[in-house]
Design a protein around this ligand. Structure first.
Ligand SMILES: C=C1C[C@]23C[C@@]1(O)CC[C@H]2[C@@]12CC[C@H](O)[C@@](C)(C(=O)O1)[C@H]2[C@@H]3C(=O)O
Ligand SMILES: O=C(O)CCC(=O)C(=O)O
Ligand SMILES: [Fe+2]
Length: 433
């Protein structure tokens, strides 16, 4: 592994330009949903919030605030210690101390962090006072994650009640814990308001759920479902825990709950400290839609093991919108996620013009549609109205379509091969339906 002699400079960390002038200014409609897990309607409230946003906060959570404050104070102490002492716990590979480099695919952010494997004492050990605080905190927050998953099962009418939570209470479950420290980023004061610096680039968490606590510094933003993925800043709340739906819960619920895209932007003046517990299943655990949620419905996902999915997720990169401005060249645009053959769900023939053939000559006129776009539209609508007016002038086009499960849980349709008749135009990867 290559170890950077010098931490990367800010100009190697991407600048985000939010689509709306003034940044991600559209607040949560009605505020972040807040759920009290001890109320009788908690199951329904959790499911409603997860369906709408893939995100909510827990109030009246019962986690002792002492444990939270103690860990936060220990974390602040650790991150304030000399760089050489912190480096002795790194580089994160994946566990340990990391500084600006995230994961192993070249992602960078304006942060330093400690990433720890909860059940694996061999993973890079933090200093003992911090370790004790982590153990106390994780013990409490793991209980909260279990209650959330029980509430999801109850709200979805899934029995037994621990159908989901047992995956993360299992002794072999893959639980990860991280403490992130985003130092203030004063250069932001010299940048236009519409720009921000990436603290942690856009992604979905691959596990079932993530439980997050942060100090009072803002920075977390979540993409709103169904609003063209508009970014909504999350107002910090020291008294609450935030829950993020991960990819595995999306698959287990056959897409009824959707994982939430999120990112963190740096703050010009105040440090942000966040502590996140990621509840994942055992590596050998099969992750597939729960039979009770299928009930005759078509499964949107091929079964995979958590181990395989995690491997694929860890090969993917964080996303961002790069902004070539003041602070120097923008970071390279992230590559498309790898189309990993292990994630191929289905492959098979499809016909573009079986019933009402489009004419590819026409389809590629300006304003016409490519073969790929035609396929997507047909698939989305499952009807052929847009083709109805066309005359039967072309032979049916048979194509090979592959459906991939992306690391973020979406399904991607890709035209792999044209079997008959060459359509003009680009063959491209298509967004999911
Ligand atoms: C860039 C990356 C960091 C990450 C592994 C990955 O290649 C893509 C997923 C990332 C993520 C996001 C949620 C958690 O913070 C994390 C520990 C995880 O399980 O997946 C991180 C990974 C990481 O920091 O190693
Ligand atoms: O630090 C935060 O607030 C969120 C970080 C995050 O999304 C992650 O570590 O996966
Ligand atoms: Fe995350």
């Amino acid at each position: 592994m290559v170890v950077l002699a010098k931490p990367p400079a800010l100009d190697q960390i991407s600048l985000l330009r939010s689509p709306e002038p003034g940044g991600a200014s559209n607040n949560f409609p009605g505020g972040v949903p807040a759920v009290d897990l001890s109320t009788p309607d908690a199951g329904q409230a959790v499911v409603d919030a997860c369906e709408r946003f893939g995100f909510f906060k827990i109030v009246n959570h019962g986690v002792p605030m002492d444990a939270v404050d103690r860990l936060e104070a220990e974390a602040v102490r650790f991150f304030a210690s000399p760089q050489a002492d912190k480096d002795a716990h790194g580089p994160a590979n994946p566990f340990g101390y990391g500084n600006k480099c995230i994961g192993s695919n070249g992602d960078m952010g304006w942060l330093e962090y400690l990433l720890l494997a909860v059940n694996n004492p061999a993973s890079a050990a933090p200093p003992s006072s911090l370790r004790d605080a982590v153990n106390e905190y994780v013990g409490a927050v793991r209980g909260l994650a279990t209650r959330v998953l029980d509430a999801v099962a109850e709200g979805l009418g899934v029995a037994p009640r621990d159908a989901l939570s047992r995956m993360v209470t299992n002794a072999a479950s893959d639980q990860v814990f991280r403490v992130n420290h985003y130092p203030p980023c004063p250069v932001l004061q010299r940048l236009p308001d519409s720009c921000s610096v990436t603290g942690f680039g856009e992604h979905t968490d691959p596990q079932l759920v993530s439980v997050l606590h942060s100090n009072g510094t803002p920075g977390l933003q979540v993409a709103l479902h169904g609003s063209g993925g508009r970014w909504a800043p999350v107002p910090p709340d020291r008294d609450a825990f935030f829950v993020l739906v991960g990819d595995s819960l999306q698959v287990l619920t056959n897409g009824r709950l959707k994982s939430v895209r999120h990112r963190v932007v740096a703050n010009s003046l105040k440090p942000r400290v966040s502590m996140i517990y990621f509840a994942g299943p055992a590596p050998a655990e099969r992750v597939a839609p729960l039979p009770q949620l299928l009930m005759g419905r078509h499964s949107e996902y091929r079964a995979f093991t958590w181990g395989d999915y995690k491997k694929a997720a860890y090969r993917s990169r964080l996303g961002d919108d790069t902004c070539p401005t003041a602070a120097g060249p923008a970071a390279p645009t992230p590559q498309a996620p790898p189309w990993d053959p292990a994630l191929l769900l289905k492959s098979g023939p499809a016909y573009i013009n079986k019933q009402r053939p489009p004419c590819f000559g026409e389809a590629h006129k300006p304003g016409g549609r490519s073969a790929a776009a035609t396929y997507t539209r047909m698939h989305r609508r499952r009807k052929y109205t847009h083709l109805a007016a066309r005359k039967k002038r072309c032979a049916p086009l048979k194509i090979e379509v592959q459906r991939y499960l992306l690391p973020d849980g979406r399904v991607l349709h890709q035209i792999a091969q044209r079997i008959k008749q060459e359509p003009k135009g680009r063959i491209e990867a298509l967004p999911s339906v």
